[in-house]
Design a protein around this ligand. Sequence first.
Ligand SMILES: Cc1cc2nc3c(=O)[nH]c(=O)nc-3n(C[C@H](O)[C@H](O)[C@H](O)COP(=O)(O)OP(=O)(O)OC[C@H]3O[C@@H](n4cnc5c(N)ncnc54)[C@H](O)[C@@H]3O)c2cc1C
Length: 324
Amino acid sequence: MGAGVGGLATAVRLLSKGYSVKVYEKEQNIGGKVNQIETDNFKFDLTASILMTPEVYKEVFEYADKDYRDYLEFLSVDPIYRVNYSDGTRRDFSTDITKLSENLESISIDDCHGYLRFLGDVYKKYQIANNFFLQRTFRTPLDFFNPKILSQALRLRTLSNSYRFISKYIEDENLRKFLCFQSLYVGISPYNGPNIYTLVPTISQIYGLWYLKGGMYSYIKALERLIFELGGTIENNTNVEEILISEGKAIGVKTNTNKQYGDIIICNADFPYAMNELIKDNRWKGKYSSKKISEMKYSCSTFIIYLGLKKKYPDLTVHNMYLG
Ligand SMILES: Cc1cc2nc3c(=O)[nH]c(=O)nc-3n(C[C@H](O)[C@H](O)[C@H](O)COP(=O)(O)OP(=O)(O)OC[C@H]3O[C@@H](n4cnc5c(N)ncnc54)[C@H](O)[C@@H]3O)c2cc1C
């Protein structure tokens, strides 16, 4: 259930394994948060507009024995960030190491050195995170609480906040701000939250930032095409009202039109909503009772304005930041 990027990619994987797959989507359009509006000859990506780690996106196609190039065109964003500060300075961060060093040396040799050390250290963390956490499923407490995983978790040293962590490498206040603001993407203050979000500028710097020709929605259209080629179906305007559970195992879904049973039921909807609304019997909610979910604290989201412009703004590039 759910034709967001997660549900669609999962459908591709199951189809590649030989399952017969049906995706139910409550909205008229597929894509979930990755969506698009087209009006008066302007086209807007609604949320995601650029991506990191393109390999993750390509891998879904490889999994299905397809060449992603037959479906998508990745275009590099360079500079990865154009940062404008309140004192009027502007800095372009390029993936080209020569341009990057020129930019950083114009701040100071020490900060250029600090930035490169920062990249090296966070890169090492990324490798640990990737090998031991990001690519793993944690199903039981023992999957996490075992000596091997715990020792790797300690090596990540994520406890100090982003700003403090960055200050160990960098003197320049503007450069510090540039390297720590990314935790705001998930509504967390760089002055409080764990420093794990410093992975974001590091991964962008090392692996680049990318967009897709035609916008991010091209990825959704490509997955849809692949699902149809592999024999799957997608039913729009179909709201799943309940996940049917028997003896602790999900066995089907009740939609606004019928009941459907299957070997595997996968829920792509937001977790608190799904636990609250779709699992009716308290026995199967585990510790996620309605009370616990209503007491959860949510981080803030974003306020977005889509502007169709009649002129070009040469000072802007693809990815612009204005830091106060
Ligand atoms: C403002 C903003 C900007 C972002 N920018 C970027 C970016 O630049 N780069 C990037 O990589 N990521 C970005 N993201 C994050 C990215 O958009 C999301 O992580 C991603 O789209 C989540 O996909 P998903 O499949 O997990 O969930 P969703 O997209 O939420 O998909 C869930 C789907 O399930 C459907 N559904 C829910 N309940 C039911 C039901 N009962 N029955 C049937 N269907 C149901 C929903 O309609 C939806 O289609 C951004 C997010 C936001 C909000």
